[in-house]
Ligand binder design. Structure first.
Ligand SMILES: Nc1ncnc2c1ncn2[C@@H]1O[C@H](COP(=O)(O)OP(=O)(O)OP(=O)(O)O)[C@@H](O)[C@H]1O
Length: 344
């Protein structure tokens, strides 16, 4: 549905201080998917999302929407194709002189829709975003969450196939963020719209994204399903993002203390996904093997509606018996990794 091929963006090319903001970005967002790009400030997120609708022209590379390469189109053709791409912004970008109704109507007025058609469409969109009663309110009379709902309704006015979200919840408090994320899920589930979002907030990725890419210094360093990235991040930067919402690092001092307790103990991290999170694994292990097992730390959260357990245990026993336990746990579809001092 949305394909980026070899996207590079260099600001000030040919000048004294060129900035290479994007370096060979390749990604494919499937129809009906919610895809998140996460990165720290300056990673290139805004450049990337602006390259998708050609608000920023990529220095090289292709941007394909439904197989059409937008970089090859004439200005007129691009105007037509752009209607298939809606966008919402961190600061909402509403017109202050227009009511909620007027803001949502704006793209339709620009498209030359008839008055009764506009009336019908805007009424439907305001109802979809739950703000029918705010139709006559001006932006300054709306809360941040309501403004973003109006922004979403406006973006949907031209029936886009893709919705781009530029830090759409970064200006909102946690409760309002959840409400707006729920609405974005509804946009995907009920209207079948594909969503590409950029954010620096890992909770946004955890709560609504099917897949995620990590951007660092203009390079896409990791790309995976959300559940895999949370459970098995491969790069240090992905791990640090995951830890902003799942603070699962065992303090070094605690780890050393546990390891100093006995000569024959080891510490392991167990990661349970999906159904296996509900298995009584630890009590099975304690019954089957001649070891002692103690939980040092444990959480169970939800990722993509599936339970995800992250537990750190101390296992006391003979090394050969511990090795058998590790094998047994692996067979139960649970990831098990030894935790060592100064490890990750
Ligand atoms: N118009 C511009 N001219 C020159 N350099 C730019 C321009 N826009 C962005 N940059 C540079 O490109 C790099 C990536 O910036 P970008 O805004 O895309 O990152 P970001 O991840 O969105 O950061 P933030 O979250 O802070 O907005 C930065 O080094 C930035 O200074």
């Amino acid at each position: 549905m949305l394909v980026l091929e070899g996207i590079r963006k260099i600001y000030g090319e040919g000048g004294d201080n060129p900035v290479e903001a994007l370096k060979d970005i390749n990604l494919e967002v499937k129809k009906g998917e919610i895809f998140g790009v996460v990165g720290y400030s300056g990673a290139g997120k805004s450049s990337l999302i602006r390259c998708v609708n050609l608000l920023e022209k990529p220095t090289s590379g292709k941007v394909k929407v439904n197989g059409i390469d937008l970089t090859k189109l004439s200005p007129k053709e691009l105007r037509t194709e752009r209607k298939k791409i809606g966008m919402i912004f961190q600061q909402f970008n509403l017109l202050h002189s227009k009511t909620a109704f007027g803001n949502v109507a704006m793209p339709l007025i620009l498209e030359g829709y008839a008055k009764d058609e506009i009336e019908k469409k805007v009424t439907k969109l305001l109802s979809f975003v739950g703000l029918t009663d705010k139709a006559d309110h001006y932006p300054e009379q709306l809360s941040g969450g309501q403004k973003q709902r109006i922004g979403i309704a406006r973006a949907l006015a031209t029936d886009p196939h893709v919705l781009l979200c530029d830090e759409a919840t970064s200006a909102l408090d946690p409760d309002t963020t959840n409400n707006v994320l729920e609405l974005l899920k509804q946009v995907r589930d009920e209207l079948g719209i594909t969503i590409l979002l950029i954010t620096h907030e890992m909770n946004v990725i955890r709560d609504i994204c099917d897949r995620v890419a990590v951007l660092d210094g203009g390079v896409m360093v990791e790309q995976d399903s959300t559940i895999s990235l949370f459970t098995e991040p491969k790069t240090a930067i992905a791990r640090s993002f995951v830890r902003t919402v799942l603070n699962d690092a065992l303090p070094e001092a605690t780890l050393r203390k546990v390891l100093e307790r006995g000569v024959s103990n080891s510490v392991y991290r167990l990661l349970y996904k999906g159904e296996s999170a509900n298995d009584p694994l630890l009590s099975d292990v304690a019954k089957k093997f001649s070891i002692d097992i103690n939980v040092i730390y444990g959480t169970i959260t939800e990722l993509q509606g599936q339970p995800f357990g992250n537990i750190i245990v101390e296992i006391n026993g003979e090394p050969s018996e511990i090795a058998k336990v590790v094998d047994y746990i692996k067979q139960r579809q649970v990831t098990i990794k030894e935790v060592v001092p100064d490890g990750v």
